[in-house]
Design a protein around this ligand. Structure first.
Ligand SMILES: Nc1nc2c(ncn2[C@@H]2O[C@H](COP(=O)(O)OP(=O)(O)OP(=O)(O)O)[C@@H](O)[C@H]2O)c(=O)[nH]1
Ligand SMILES: [Mg+2]
Length: 384
């Protein structure tokens, strides 16, 4: 049996050699990739394909006829990447291959853009890409771009910054804020903070207490119902001592009534609660009873901006039974984007009261500002 081997840069070229020498009836017995120079196997152009074929083996030929093969190869061949001669591994050849590849990628992006958004003007497509970059999620980015497209003027369309401002104002319109806690002299305000574990409730209480006491000169008191962990009581007591505030620890509805009554002459009483898993119905119910017993004027749900949008929305739904009246978003300094904000405020329909962006007491807290949050939400990593 006569067996021959053929080597070429590509499979197509090797098969063409087989066809030329042995004819279309030849049977391909084996194929493998080999290196022309083993030491340089990593260099483009140094790899070859080896085909072993024979005319004496009677199997239907695996070689396509010239016409079929030509059509198949023409169809598959990206014109700009095909070289008839093996490319030299020189620097300029590599650079040229790179630039061809870049051209193909740009081409592909262009085509994919037009298949997804056939009639989207370039400016709006750029805006869409920016929103995706800011981690808004494709669905939300698409919705916002569509709204901009419907409402933007020709002048706005011509200026990327105007388009950006337009989206920011659309987002800002949806972010409802409550403003800061309002203390009226002679009318004590009781504000409870509730939420999942570790989101920053106690730290935020310390920031609020310090600001109202030290910067606004209000008479502030603290109550904690977080008696499940000694460390939690000690954490709040430390802040109470530093800021010089009265503090009560309560563990029953009766103690709650007594503590609230004891602090009736203050301007502001902040109620710290134990972090609760949104999945724990029993504990959430217990929390609801304690907060109700306190007669809180406001119940702020504290959520971490680091969590996923889905988790935030679900948590806000579960805590609604506690009687939440507003939202505090923490750890914005750690969040990679603020894409969660719009879906969250849309789902829970609570106004935002404060945002926090660091561990420093009392500095890292701000009254929520819709315009600023919208701009922050649209910011990409490159802008930071
Ligand atoms: N980076 C960052 N860390 C924060 C922020 N707010 C709070 N933390 C940190 O988050 C951690 C938990 O804060 P806590 O205030 O104890 O959280 P908590 O909700 O009271 O926790 P539990 O009482 O255990 O449910 C601490 O290390 C805080 O310093 C913030 O805005 N940014
Ligand atoms: Mg705590």
């Amino acid at each position: 049996m006569e067996v021959k081997t053929f080597r070429a840069r590509t499979m197509q070229q090797a098969l063409e050699l087989v066809r030329q020498e042995l004819g279309p009836q030849a049977a391909v017995l084996h194929t493998r990739h080999v290196s022309r120079t083993p030491m340089l196997s990593w260099v483009p152009g140094m790899k070859q394909v080896e085909v072993t074929a024979s005319l004496d083996v009677h199997v239907p030929s695996r070689l396509p006829t010239r016409e079929v093969r030509a059509r198949a190869v023409d169809h598959l061949r990206p014109e700009r990447l095909v070289h008839d001669e093996p490319p030299s591994p020189s620097h300029s050849a590599l650079a040229s291959q790179l630039s061809q590849l870049q051209g193909m990628v740009e081409d592909l992006c262009h085509r994919s853009r037009h298949s997804q958004h056939p009639d989207l003007p370039d400016e709006l497509f750029r805006l869409f890409a920016e929103l995706i970059d800011a981690e808004l999620g494709e669905e939300l980015a698409r919705e916002l771009v569509e709204r901009v497209r419907q409402t933007a003027t020709t002048e706005q369309l011509a200026h990327p910054t105007r388009l950006h401002e337009r989206v920011a104002s659309l987002v800002a319109e949806e972010i409802v804020t409550s403003g800061p806690i309002r203390c009226t002299p002679g009318r004590r305000r009781l504000v409870a903070l509730v939420g999942p574990t570790g989101v920053g409730k106690t730290t935020t209480i310390a920031k609020l207490a310090a600001n109202f006491r030290l910067r606004e000169g209000k008479r502030v008191g603290l109550i904690t119902v977080d008696t499940y962990r000694i460390a939690a009581v000690e954490q709040l007591r430390t802040y109470a001592d530093i800021i010089d505030l009265p503090m009560r620890v309560v563990s029953s509805p009766k103690e709650m009534r007594e503590a609230v009554n004891e602090m009736k002459d203050l301007d502001l009483v902040l109620l710290d609660t134990a972090g609760r898993s949104p999945r724990d119905d029993v504990k959430i119910h217990e929390l609801r009873n304690l907060v109700a017993e306190s007669g809180a004027d406001e119940v702020h749900l504290v959520l971490s901006g680091v969590s996923s949008t889905r988790a935030l929305v679900r948590t806000a739904e579960r805590f609604a039974t506690v009687g939440t009246t507003s939202l505090i978003l923490t750890k914005l300094d750690e969040a990679s984007g603020l894409g969660c904000l719009l879906p969250l405020v849309r789902a829970c329909k609570l106004p935002l009261s404060y945002v926090t962006d660091g561990q420093n007491v009392p500095d890292d807290i701000d009254v929520a500002n819709a315009q600023r949050l919208a701009e922050q939400m649209l910011r990409t990593e490159d802008d930071c």
